[in-house]
Write a protein that binds this ligand. Structure first.
Ligand code: GAL
Length: 686
């Protein structure tokens, strides 16, 4: 669920490929459908209402293990078959879920090792969902049996279009510290390091007398007296992400062997720290994600945009979709504010603007009972009388007319590099500042780009970057030699990199690259970072650009010694006075900017103005958080999405204008957008 997860833990006739399977589609629309919570007479009504709302894809069965296997080894699929028949009869596609995120009570009661253990050695209880030890042989065997039976019984049902494995892997309990995990971790380590000597060397175990003489001495990072060895901790995070992935792959293989053409996904959670989604996304036919940006946060549009830019970037070779969002309120924050009228629609269009091929909700019908009964749904407790229903049906009918966007990818010329292992290592205890969080580093650079209407693709440091005009590298603390070579060769070939402090500090094992900081990234730095000096909260670093303007930084200062780069800005006060803080260097045919502090907003804007790709559309009136602008560019047309998040009407210039897709009316040279107003203007490619 989002608060816990964000940074903490095509119309009739159109055809879109979902992985291997070709499905006839528009922008898909629907949600989690949990008919098991309702008597059969409600199902008929559901299907009618779904047709009214333009729903054409529903996730079915995601939490229904206890009904599908009511007793160990006794299966019951008739009810599910009836549901699928009903949906197929109404032309509604099914995203068939495996129910393995919610093991039934009989399973946890009979095989307690399926329940995870916390770092102190306490076992979680059942009585909720997602209390899973993914290394439990009992859990694995029962999950395999369940999925095999599901695939055999209904996998080939004509309603089934997609396979939805599990639900939000690692949500609620991302780490288990049990003996089964310890055993599997040792096997993972043996495979990774080959010998105990290699492991001891990689983990720097001579520090604090941590040398291992037998692999069996290695234990998960359970509760320790002081900081746990950060290299161990890092590998444990890698291992836990891999362990969940292994279970996902097991389920996926079973689904695909029963039905090879099935497009398989599992719903991600945006910037969810415990799982390395770049690795995961390589194994899905569709990236899907759950977005619960908080309506109480005035910056929710930016958070939502960022979440979608990540989802699009995780695997650039497959489509992506929103698997879950809320129609209005959630029920798991301390105060669950509703979405304001128009915001659900605007957030849905943000997704479409940023390339989504589907917009789905949790959930179709609001529950009568259970932990989420006060969570909003497409059909509220008040039924069709709720204002949410009007919004839901309006959106459903609009999305049906957007099929021409299918071959129009999002235009993004700027990349932002992130890496999960680097995130894990960066936030381990024992850093120069305890407040060093990747989220803050990303927001520092993403926010001004969002405000300027610069669309960003999130990229892994392992992928080719040559399609981008500029690449931003915010505190990429852990960097392998290969990843650094990728960045360096991108610049050599003419690219532009903007890299911030605390990048290239350690290798894959979390050992420091000696010499001035930066390790294999140093060819792009143009200066020597000889030490670091974090600032106190509220403290500012004063600086002056070579062109005379003043500026400032917060949070951090590198101690920089000049070398071959051109110093663009220097510190002007305090102990670091006179030292470089922003340095530009030419490398090969390209250019790099190194930034030794978290520049304040105005100073960051000054820096970004120096880089053409980061300037955005300075001439437009669209700037600021108020109006979001994204372009999708096809072979013949460019589709300009404008979404007004301001509280008041905005008048915007749109050049020669063109056909507005939602109204079918020609607009231009200016358009007027009401609050939450949206236009999609089709411009010819010139
Ligand atoms: C998601 C989850 C759904 C539902 C929803 C509520 O995390 O996948 O099952 O719990 O949150 O916001």
């Amino acid at each position: 669920m989002a608060g816990r997860r964000i940074f903490n833990e095509q119309g009739a006739g159109a055809v879109l490929r979902f992985g291997l399977r070709v499905v006839s589609m528009r922008v898909r629309y629907g949600g989690d459908y949990n008919p098991e919570q309702w008597p059969r007479e409600v199902w008929e009504q559901d299907v009618q209402l779904m047709q009214e709302a333009g729903v054409d894809l529903v996730t079915v069965g995601v939490f229904s293990w206890a009904l599908l296997e009511p007793r160990e080894g006794v299966f019951s699929f008739d009810w599910l078959r009836d549901v699928l028949d009903l949906l197929a009869g109404a032309g509604i596609g099914v995203d068939l879920a495996t129910p393995t995120a919610a093991p039934p009570a009989w399973l946890s009661a009979r095989y307690p090792d399926v329940l995870p253990i916390d770092p102190t050695g306490s076992r979680y209880s059942y009585g909720s969902r997602q209390a899973i030890c993914v290394c439990s042989p009992n859990y694995r065997a029962k999950a395999r049996a369940m999925v095999a039976r599901l695939a055999a019984e209904v996998g080939s049902h004509p309603a089934v279009e997609m396979g939805h494995v599990h639900n939000e892997y690692a949500c609620h309990v991302p780490y288990c510290y049990c003996d089964n995990h310890a055993k599997a971790f040792r096997e993972w380590l043996a495979h990774r390091y080959g010998s105990l000597d290699n492991l001891n060397a990689a983990w720097g175990t001579t520090f604090w007398s941590q040398t291992y003489t037998d692999l069996d001495e290695v234990v998960p990072p359970r509760m320790t007296a002081a900081f746990v060895n950060p290299s161990l901790d890092l590998d444990y995070k890698r291992f836990c992400s891999d362990a969940f992935l292994e279970e996902f792959l097991e389920e996926r293989t079973i689904l695909k062997s029963a039905r090879p053409d099935l497009a398989v996904t599992t719903n991600f959670m945006g910037f969810y720290r415990p799982l390395d989604y770049f690795q995961w996304a390589a194994h899905v036919d569709v990236v899907s994600t759950d977005n619960y940006a908080d309506p109480a946060d005035p910056e929710w549009p930016m958070y939502s945009a960022m979440h979608y830019d990540l989802s699009r970037g995780l695997n650039k070779d497959v489509p992506w979709m929103v698997m879950e969002q809320s129609a209005s309120r959630v029920n798991w924050r301390s105060h669950n504010l509703p979405k304001q009228p128009g915001h659900m629609r605007a957030m849905s269009y943000q997704a479409v603007a940023r390339g989504a091929t589907g917009v789905l909700f949790f959930q179709w019908r609001a529950s009568r009972a259970g932990a989420e009964k006060f969570h909003s749904a497409m059909v509220s407790h008040a039924g069709t009388a709720s204002p949410v229903w009007a919004e839901v049906t309006e959106l459903g009918s609009e999305l049906a007319s957007l099929d021409e966007l299918e071959n129009a990818p999002v235009e993004a010329k700027v990349a932002m590099v992130i890496s999960w292992p680097s995130w894990w290592a960066l936030e381990a205890p024992g850093q120069p500042s305890r407040d060093l969080l990747l989220a803050d580093q990303l927001l520092w650079v993403y926010r001004p780009l969002y405000e300027r209407g610069v669309t960003v693709d999130f990229c892994s440091p392992d992928e080719r970057l040559d399609r981008y005009d500029a690449v931003i590298v915010p505190s990429l603390y852990l960097l392998s030699a290969g990843q650094a070579a990728n960045l360096v060769s991108y610049v050599q070939a003419g690219g532009t990199v903007v890299a911030s402090f605390w990048s290239g500090i350690v290798d894959e094992c979390d050992s420091v690259y000696l010499g001035p900081y930066g390790g294999p990234l140093r060819p792009l730095m143009g200066c020597d970072v000889v030490d670091v000096a974090p600032l106190r909260s509220g403290e500012t670093l004063e600086l002056k650009w070579e062109t005379g303007e003043s500026g400032g930084g917060v949070f951090w200062a590198d101690v920089i010694a000049e070398c071959e780069g051109r110093v663009l800005a220097r510190v002007t006060g305090g102990g670091l006075s006179g030292r470089p803080i922003v340095v530009e260097s030419n490398y090969g045919d390209g250019r790099a900017y190194y930034v030794g502090s978290r520049l304040d907003a105005a100073t960051t804007a000054h820096l970004f103005d120096l880089v053409p790709a980061l300037r955005g559309d300075a001439t437009s009136s669209r700037g600021g958080l108020a109006v979001e602008r994204v372009v999708r560019a096809g072979p013949n047309w460019r589709y300009e999405f404008l979404i007004n998040f301001a509280a008041e009407e905005r008048e915007l210039e749109v050049g020669a204008g063109g056909l507005e897709l939602l109204t079918g009316v020609d607009v231009g040279p200016s358009v007027s957008l009401k609050p939450s107003g949206i236009v999609i203007i089709r411009h010819p490619v010139t």
